[in-house]
Ligand binder design. Structure first.
Ligand SMILES: [Fe+2]
Length: 249
């Protein structure tokens, strides 16, 4: 009888020890998980903050490089009172045509910057040629024709501008091979260059020049249409002709 009582006392003691052990283990695990989750929450907050700062820095960088391009573009146009705002308008028209053609956002951004800088090579062309009111002679025309290559050479060392270089270098090429500087034909001409070519010509025709007043939209659009497939890419002409309100006054 006594040994039976001792046995049940022993069992109770073992159960009590086990119960207390489990409580201690549970408390320990709970504290560990709580500490770990606190660390995770803190790290997550720090990462979110870090991401916000990084995004803000990228946004500022992107803004300042676009501002730099816009300033360079305005400097090109400022050489001649008649071309004031030309590059900005070419960029706006080019973007409308690019959208009509279904270009992606990154391609449109590249197209806009290329259009803003398309004539930067004119910095290397003397004023008396650039601003000559009458017809250019052969030598002067040759000098003007160097501007796409000059522009390419000015910009080629700037890494972030490298995707825009083909559109700048080839914006005076023609599908019939009569353009410059390389005489590329048809699909050899990058789409960005083909879009800028039309936007550039259209804006030049519909702006006042030293030798004439601005031509009407109807006349300029008809001229673009007339040179579909020879001076201008057919697909780009078709997209161009579908757009209403090409120019914002
Ligand atoms: Fe040009």
């Amino acid at each position: 009888m006594k040994s039976s009582m001792e046995l049940s006392e022993l069992i109770r003691t073992v159960w009590a020890v086990m119960f207390l052990g489990l409580i201690a283990l549970y408390t320990f695990l709970l504290r560990t998980v709580y500490k770990a989750s606190g660390t995770l929450i803190r790290q997550n907050t720090e990462l979110t903050e870090g991401k916000k700062h990084l995004e803000e820095a990228i946004r500022k960088l992107n803004y300042s490089y676009r501002e730099t391009v816009a300033a360079a573009s305005a400097a090109i146009d400022a050489r001649d009172a008649y071309t004031a705002g030309h590059s900005r308008r070419v960029a706006d028209i080019a973007c409308k045509v690019g959208k009509e053609l279904g270009l992606e956002d990154s391609q449109l951004e590249c197209l806009e910057l290329a259009a803003l800088l398309h004539d930067i090579g004119k910095i290397g062309v003397p004023d008396h040629i650039l601003n000559k009111p009458g017809k250019l002679d052969e030598e002067e025309f040759k000098k003007i024709q160097t501007h796409p290559v000059l522009g390419y050479n000015i910009l080629k060392k700037i890494e972030f501008l490298s995707p825009m270089l083909p559109a700048i270098l080839y914006h005076h090429e023609r599908p019939d091979g009569k353009g410059y500087p390389k005489g590329l034909k048809g699909d050899e001409i990058p789409i960005g260059a083909s879009i800028i070519a039309i936007a550039d010509t259209y804006d030049a025709m519909t702006s006042d020049r030293p030798c004439r007043s601005a031509l009407s939209h109807e006349f300029a659009a008809e001229e673009v249409k007339k040179h579909r497939g020879t001076q201008f890419n057919k697909e780009v002409v078709d997209a161009f002709l579908k757009i209403q309100n090409l120019k914002v006054k």
